[in-house]
Design a protein around this ligand. Structure first.
Ligand SMILES: [Zn+2]
Length: 392
């Protein structure tokens, strides 16, 4: 389905004549790889065609490939570039291959005024193209690392539950650094927030709507709880601060309660997205909430974790030599933090120190008219290539 018509292919090659990198990016964008868990229109195009496309390119270039089963029909792609001598360390280049949904028109890449438009252009096929091309370029160079194995890992399912990076972290191998591809605007990101989904539940007593005094209204009870969350609890959250991430946040994403106007509701639930900073975990957040209600002399709603898969914050030591080396190649003085969650967290939790880096601005990710600046794509590619060339 993704194979473009020959006219379309000619157009792509004409548009991307400036460099093999833009040509690769156009090819990648023209292959739909919508995450099936988000594909509500059932367009039925998961990561597999992109995986197969990169696998074939790798094999033609003489690189060793491997697949790691994650979900039936959805494999992580692993491509290895061996060092000149015996491998003593390993660096991962780890972008994700899936994109969020869009109409099939959005998979016809267009170049205009130095920007490449199309679904996934920014998030995160630009990173896929930069990382993969840098590895291909290095494979042709005589200036290859003597003792460092370079491993490109095309991860599945980042946009839904990160099962690709979780499987990779679980089954190994481990590395000395993973560079996770996301649109960071060429900043080196060493910290991002974690995400904790909680459900609050209040219970009351049903009664006829004409005699509300005979019931206990669960929605009103929830209203009092939310009042505490957005006043006293917000003050408490703002009092915490991480140098790269600022304060933790709380957002109400869903509320359910009652059945009809003339019945006093006996149950109400609210789903919360609590973004955490380093030092905060499931237990600390739940205890903190219960303690707050208790200190105010108020009854706490029932609190439960509604998503069991762990999403802890990322906090990689910026002073690590490889992080400093990447900073230097990216011509940045300091690393930075971002609020969104990435594959770097599961990889890091699995024992490989991880950072996030890539071309594009997160504001364009998932946007209706997604685009990436081709100049930034070129710069990301040369940053990664220069970094790889300097490895021992
Ligand atoms: Zn992404």
């Amino acid at each position: 389905m993704w194979l473009a018509s020959s006219r379309r292919r000619d157009e792509i090659s004409r548009m991307a004549k400036h460099s093999p990198l833009s040509k690769l990016l156009c090819d990648l964008v023209s292959i739909p790889s919508i995450n099936p868990s988000l594909d509500h229109d059932n367009l039925g195009c998961a990561e597999e065609p992109v995986t197969a496309f990169l696998e074939e390119l790798s094999q033609k270039a003489g690189l060793r490939t491997n697949r790691q089963k994650v979900i039936p029909g959805r494999d992580n792609l692993i491509v290895c570039l061996s060092p000149m001598k015996k491998a003593k360390q390993r660096i991962f280049l780890a972008p994700h291959l899936d994109v969020v949904p869009a109409s099939l028109d959005a998979f016809s890449p267009k170049i205009s005024k130095g920007r490449l438009y199309g679904r996934g252009a920014c998030d995160t096929k630009a990173s896929v193209a930069c990382f993969f091309q840098a590895m291909l370029d290095l494979s042709l160079s005589t200036n290859r690392p003597a003792q460092t194995e370079i491993v490109f890992v095309g991860l599945v399912d980042e946009e839904f539950s990160q099962s690709g990076s979780r499987a990779f972290a679980r089954k190994g191998p481990m590395g000395n650094l993973a560079i996770v591809g996301e649109p960071t605007g060429l900043q080196v990101v060493t910290a991002h927030k974690g995400s904790l989904w909680l459900q609050l539940e209040t219970h009351g007593k049903a009664a006829h709507g004409s005699t509300p005094e005979k019931g206990e209204n669960a929605i009103l009870e929830m209203h009092h709880a939310l009042d505490i969350l957005f006043n006293e609890y917000s003050v408490l959250l703002r009092s915490k601060n991480h140098p790269l991430l600022g304060s933790p946040t709380l957002s109400v994403g869903k509320i359910l309660g009652g059945s009809q106007p003339n019945v006093v509701p006996n149950r109400c639930t609210v789903d919360l997205d609590r973004r955490t900073i380093p030092g905060e975990g499931i237990d600390t957040v739940i205890t903190e909430l219960k303690d707050l209600f208790q200190s105010l002399g108020k009854k706490a709603p029932k609190i439960k974790v509604s998503r069991r898969v762990p999403c802890p914050p990322l906090h990689t030591d910026s002073s690590m030599p490889y992080v400093q080396m990447l900073l230097n190649k990216a011509r940045r003085r300091k690393t930075c933090g971002v609020p969104y969650f990435t594959d770097a967290s599961p990889l890091s939790a699995g024992g490989t120190p991880s950072v996030v880096f890539g071309p594009g601005n997160i504001a364009q990710a998932h946007a209706e008219n997604e685009w990436v600046d081709l100049n930034q794509v070129e710069r990301a590619h040369s940053t990664i290539l220069n970094f790889l060339k300097e490895l021992p």
